[in-house]
Design a protein around this ligand. Structure first.
Ligand SMILES: [Zn+2]
Length: 181
């Protein structure tokens, strides 16, 4: 898959290296896919040889309780922490955006998506984010405004979503929403 999201290593890519300059590590496992456990286990084993590791296991990031747990871990993180997040694509996008809005820098975070079955999509027309079962490059109907959208192979780290716009509208006329850095 050639879709791209800042800071997210996709399933076909290499699992992000553990930064040996990290002073502590927060490893976040999202979902029950066994491949998530494999990736997380690899990170934990490597990181434990470098610095203290905290492991947070979540089912998803959709529930307020789990988001609060993630938020609490981010809140106790200090300078020098390195954050590793593995899960399904939509959850990884959501976690990345949440951490970015909490001030986590790209260099402090490494992510790995084990599947691309669903994703978060930002509709340029109704300006909402939806979780959809589609892949970048495909078209889908917006659950908000019902337009037929093309999901671009381009994502915003701050939104944690792939950008999508109406297939009949020239791309130049779509408002710029990129929050890329
Ligand atoms: Zn829409």
């Amino acid at each position: 898959m050639d879709a791209h999201a800042d800071g997210v290593q996709w399933m076909c890519g290499e699992i992000g290296e553990v930064d040996r300059c990290g002073t502590s590590f927060l490893v976040v496992s999202v979902g029950s896919d066994p491949r998530v456990a494999d990736v997380v286990g690899q990170w934990v084993r490597t990181a434990e040889a470098v610095a203290p590791v905290r492991l947070l296991v979540l089912d998803s990031l959709d529930s307020p309780g789990e988001l609060a747990a993630f938020d609490a871990e981010l809140g106790t993180s200090v300078v020098g922490v390195r954050i590793h997040i593995a899960g399904g694509q939509a959850d990884v996008l959501a976690a990345t955006a949440y951490a970015a809005r909490r001030g986590v820098l790209p260099a402090e975070m490494s992510t790995f998506a084990v599947d691309s079955g669903d994703l978060r999509m930002y509709c340029a027309h109704c300006r909402q984010i939806f979780r959809v079962s589609a892949r970048a490059g495909e078209t889908t109907r917006c659950p908000g405004c019902a337009r037929i959208l093309e999901i671009h192979r381009h994502s915003s780290r701050m939104l944690g979503a792939f950008l999508a716009s109406c297939v009949s509208v020239p791309r130049e006329s779509v408002p710029a929403v990129s929050a890329e850095e």
